[in-house]
Design a protein around this ligand. Structure first.
Ligand SMILES: C[S@@+](CC[C@H](N)C(=O)[O-])C[C@H]1O[C@@H](n2cnc3c(N)ncnc32)[C@H](O)[C@@H]1O
Length: 236
């Protein structure tokens, strides 16, 4: 059983049950096993997985945005971060995991089955192609993303999924100021407003991370997101 995870969760004020610890242990073993066959993560040491994947993924819970039965989409989830750790702790969340690499989606489906998680789905798609579909557009209380793209590009991937009054949470490194400056225009154009920036130390480490919290205050104009790779090649 992982002491680091238990102590770290305590520091974040998260109550973690035995069945949750068990889920994290199974998830960790699957991550290490699948990682030998397909490339999921460069972080493979037990302690590093606890800190840099599991605890880091749980830091958004320092906000109260996850309370209640919320619809969450994790964009560019890769090996399931932060979506799966958030789901393990907040079982009432309705979670969509999205990634453009199908082999990672296969892994996530195995994890979902093994952990017997409910109200969670893994979808193979590009964010900018999926958010133009009415069934996904402006349907989520929270869109979240870690380590996928710079904030201006990422805003075009994420904000169209968020319903009015919902939030986009961008998990970034310690020096988010430059990104914030270059992301400001995109956030505004897409209907968002920065409401908070939190600098957080990942528990059981000295690693600092930022959470940028953006509220959706206006509908995203229908011309966004743009196709043809424009959000990445020519960010707003
Ligand atoms: C560096 S990984 C980060 C994975 C995970 N969020 C984490 O923090 O460990 C970036 C992931 O984003 C996915 N990705 C990149 N662009 C995407 C897009 N436009 N739509 C969906 N997924 C995308 C990639 O396939 C990859 O799995």
């Amino acid at each position: 059983m992982s002491d680091i995870l238990i102590k770290g969760a305590e520091e974040l004020n998260i109550s973690i049950e035995e069945k949750d610890i068990n889920s994290f242990e199974i998830y960790k073993e699957m991550l290490k096993e699948w990682n030998t066959k397909i490339n999921i993560t460069t972080i493979t040491d037990d302690e590093d997985i606890d800190i840099k994947h599991f605890l880091d993924s749980l830091t958004p819970l320092v906000t109260n945005l996850f309370d209640g039965k919320k619809n969450l989409i994790d964009i560019g989830t890769g090996g399931g971060f932060p979506g799966i750790p958030l789901k393990i702790i907040k079982r009432e969340l309705n979670v969509t995991l999205l990634d453009s690499l199908n082999k990672r989606i296969n892994f996530l489906n195995e994890v979902i089955n093994r952990l017997e998680l409910e109200d969670i789905i893994a979808i193979h798609a590009r964010a900018e192609e999926m958010s133009i579909k009415p069934v996904y557009r402006e349907k989520y209380d929270i869109a979240i993303s870690r380590a996928v793209a710079s904030l201006n590009t990422l805003s075009e991937y994420c904000i169209p999924f968020v319903k009015l009054g919902g939030y986009f949470i961008s998990m970034k490194g310690p020096d988010a100021e430059e990104e914030l400056k270059s992301g400001n225009n995109a956030i505004k154009v897409l209907g968002g407003r920065i409401v908070d920036k939190k600098l957080i130390c990942i528990p059981e480490s000295d690693i600092m991370h930022s959470l940028i919290i953006i509220e959706k205050i206006k509908e995203t104009p229908t011309k966004y997101p743009r196709g043809g790779g424009k959000p990445r090649k020519n960010p707003l």
